[in-house]
Design a binder for this molecule. Structure first.
Ligand code: FES
Length: 318
């Protein structure tokens, strides 16, 4: 993981749609920011021990500025609300360099981008990149009500007929339908989805039921309700030579913290990948939404913030 931290200044903050702050960040030292690729996110240091990930939603060609969209989500665990409350123009903020766990497949013949609510943000950077490369794509933007979404005029101007808006409160004929949008199933078509957990689960399940193989269905979860409870088990940290017991309601990360072993974490709900650690022995009980099905089947990595063990003892590389 790239651990570089960057001080940036909030160049502009504008409110759009229903409770979305669109924030532009520029380097405090005036130098160019690191390049980013479509689908990348940054960690934003929102407060003490409060780090949240936000997708970059501007054209990746313009790395003199990073733009994020932040939904004022009452169900948030504090990050987005604090940004809405505290972040003002000209304020200095610390961020990470961009990382990309949600890249475009360069070999796709056609890309279908489906953004639910604030999940439109990584899709925008992808659409800009695909447009620039002259690739075939569709961008579907699903929101609960007309007027709730941000960026609508920008999307129409940039992508014209390639962007389709779907509103839950409008006529049935314009509702988003994975079965219609993803047909026919073709080897060169890749699907990308981001948004609320229920929306994503529905879209991903629909694509898989239609016959799309998992390597053609790409996704990035913002958050997840994850059940971290289960049978007690032991974890042996090989580098530290320490064994901890993970109780029924505990997590591996919390058990390690009590034993003095620090685990780098961010989302704490299995979506960001910050806490992923190599497994040397034993079979993980994967609870995260970060690793792919194939990576989970390999059983050689685990998300320490939420996953557990299907055996009595795991050995991890920590
Ligand atoms: S801290 Fe985000 S996946 Fe574990």
């Amino acid at each position: 993981m790239n651990g570089e931290l960057i001080d940036v200044v909030i160049k502009s903050r504008k409110e759009q749609g229903a409770g979305i702050a669109v924030i532009e960040l520029v380097a405090k030292d005036g130098k160019p920011l690191p390049d980013f690729s479509a689908g990348a996110h940054i960690d934003v240091h929102v407060g003490d021990d409060l780090i949240r990930q936000y997708s970059l939603c501007n054209d990746p060609v313009s790395s003199d500025v990073y733009r994020i969209g932040v939904l004022n989500d009452p169900k948030s665990r504090g990050g987005s609300i604090k940004i809405h409350t505290d972040f003002i123009e000209q304020q200095t903020v610390t961020i990470s360099a961009p990382r990309n766990h949600f890249p475009l497949d360069e070999n796709a013949k056609k890309s279908i981008l489906a953004g639910g609510g604030i999940g439109i943000t990584p899709m925008m950077a992808m659409a800009y990149r695909l447009l620039r490369d002259g690739k075939e794509f569709e961008l579907h933007y699903c929101t609960r009500t007309k007027g709730a979404g941000a960026f609508e005029q920008e999307l129409v101007t940039a992508f014209g007929e390639r962007v389709v808006f779907h509103y839950d409160d409008q006529s049935k004929s314009q509702l988003f339908s994975p079965e219609v949008t993803f047909s026919p199933v073709e080897a060169g078509t890749h699907i990308y989805v981001c948004g609320p957990t229920g929306f994503m689960d529905w879209v991903i399940d629909s694509a898989k039921k239609m016959g799309y193989p998992s390597n053609q269905v790409h996704f990035e979860y913002f958050s997840a309700d994850v059940d971290t409870s289960g049978e007690s088990f032991e974890v042996y940290c090989e580098q530290s030579d320490i064994t901890v017991t993970v109780g029924t309601d505990d997590t591996i990360a919390r058990a390690l913290k009590k034993a003095g072993i620090k685990v780098n974490m961010s989302c704490e709900e299995g979506v960001c990948g910050t806490c992923i650690t190599d497994v040397l022995e034993g079979e993980p009980d994967h609870r995260d939404h970060f690793l792919t099905d194939e990576e989970k089947a390999d059983n050689d990595q685990i998300a320490l913030c939420c996953s557990r063990a299907k055996c009595s003892r795991l050995v991890i590389d920590l």
